[in-house]
Design a protein around this ligand. Sequence first.
Ligand code: ADP
Length: 230
Amino acid sequence: MILLDRVTKLYGRTNTALDRVSIHVEPREFVIIVGASGAGKSTLLKLLTKEEKPTSGKIVVGGLDYDKLRDKDIPLVRRKIGVVFQDFKLLPGKNVFENVSFALEIVGYGNREIAHTVPKVLDIVGLKGKEKRMPGELSGGERQRVAIARAVVRQPKILIADEPTGNLDPKYAWEIIKILEKINHYGTTVILTTHNQEIVNKLKRRVITISDGRVVSDRANARYTNEDSK
Ligand code: ADP
């Protein structure tokens, strides 16, 4: 469960990035966040991952009250939340398997667990057989699949996908969205930000629209029009 209760975030004294935002997301939901550039979407995601702190308001994610967390507890948050970015952020010197296994190595998984877990996740994202490829030998869509595999390999409760199709051709974009749906189907809450109206309208999911730091609409099975992106 994700709860934001009247969350405000100021940068400096006057720049209000978020203004009393209240959002409640149930476990296993698939939520799309839309809004024009500068609306406050990235700030919202950074509050969830604890890269930023709210100026006021309450945030609770998976039972963790962010007010009460110390810096040493941040790994607990990172365990609960996987993140995928528009620009993939793969390690260029590591192959597909290693990019994913690295996420396990750094938290102390042993070789047997890695050998057991990584192939399963690569299968889910459709990269079976491409374990040895380097990122430079992959298409954009394939790179994003690696990034998704890496984000979910520790089985986070929540997957944040921040414009995951922003750098992809339309034909690859929908494949990535289908993988997000599959991961959601397995039980992970998905928070997706996108500017792609076609994707929003095809997905038929809950859409939260942010404008000037405020939630201006929050609707189930919503459509998204040009008006929303202004
Ligand atoms: P979006 O992701 O919807 O484009 P952002 O959350 O990045 O929106 O930005 C919301 C507002 O906060 C904008 O006015 C932006 O200029 C401002 N902002 C974002 N990050 C910072 C920062 N680190 N310092 C100062 N202002 C920021």
